[in-house]
Design a protein around this ligand. Sequence first.
Ligand SMILES: NC(=O)c1ccc[n+]([C@@H]2O[C@H](COP(=O)([O-])OP(=O)(O)OC[C@H]3O[C@@H](n4cnc5c(N)ncnc54)[C@H](O)[C@@H]3O)[C@@H](O)[C@H]2O)c1
Length: 260
Amino acid sequence: MDFEDKTVLITGAGSGIGKSAANRFANGGANLVLADINKESLEATCEEIRAKERDVISVKLDVGNLNEIDLMVEKAVSEFSGIDILFNNAGLTRHIDFLDIEEDHWDQIHRVNSKGAFFCMQKTAQSMVNRGQGGRIVNTASIAGRGYRRTSNAAYAASKGAVIAMTYIASSVLAPHNINVNAVCPGIVQTNMLSNILSGRSDDSGSSSDELKNAMIDEIPIGRANDADDVSALAVFLAGPGSRNITGQAFNVDGGMIMS
Ligand SMILES: NC(=O)c1ccc[n+]([C@@H]2O[C@H](COP(=O)([O-])OP(=O)(O)OC[C@H]3O[C@@H](n4cnc5c(N)ncnc54)[C@H](O)[C@@H]3O)[C@@H](O)[C@H]2O)c1
């Protein structure tokens, strides 16, 4: 039970990678603060965790809203006395061709994926520094931020490049406080996000979602896409005792697509 008596805050916990991570941390004995903009799916995750008899607080949150981030952190600190681990994972995207990206698309994606990720990290880090007991932060970036050519759109790729860059800076600033900051860079993960991207691409191309998905999988050296569990396994490792001296790193989980 590596996470016994630890409090773990997860954003984007309502589905996909965040939901998988919530189950893994709960299995490891953690108390959980689960946050998502989608109240219904968030409650479904919370019910799964309660069934494991772990303590869980549910926070309906838009990570693009700084007041809501403040309230989430305050709630976590007041209910559990502090946050030990942040899995900073909420994100969104959809298929948009490079030549069709408009200002609104850019703003919507960056509001959540880069601004939201930054302030969730910064405000959680403030509470960790004030508490003085160290901590762990794992950010969800993407191989999109490292040049993956079939990414959903260029604004998304830029937002995930930003997550990798902010991981590097935060790790050096927070290291003296014994706070490790790392990023996971998933490749293709079979979650709602992928289904939505494929459906948009299918509308544009006339190919079916399955055909498009198979074409993406054909490019993966190991021959298979990720399940959410493939990614949450790394996030949990980076939050656990075995990684105490790893910080300022971004790790791909992509079956060998990107060699950096
Ligand atoms: N699925 C992939 O292929 C893939 C690849 C690389 C990176 N990622 C990243 O993994 C992370 C998790 O995505 P996923 O694949 O599990 O997809 P998902 O759509 O299943 O989960 C994303 C979650 O984030 C939540 N969310 C979206 N906007 C939010 C907001 N403003 N505030 C709070 N919550 C919000 C959604 O409601 C959802 O529950 C994201 O950051 C995504 O960019 C996914």
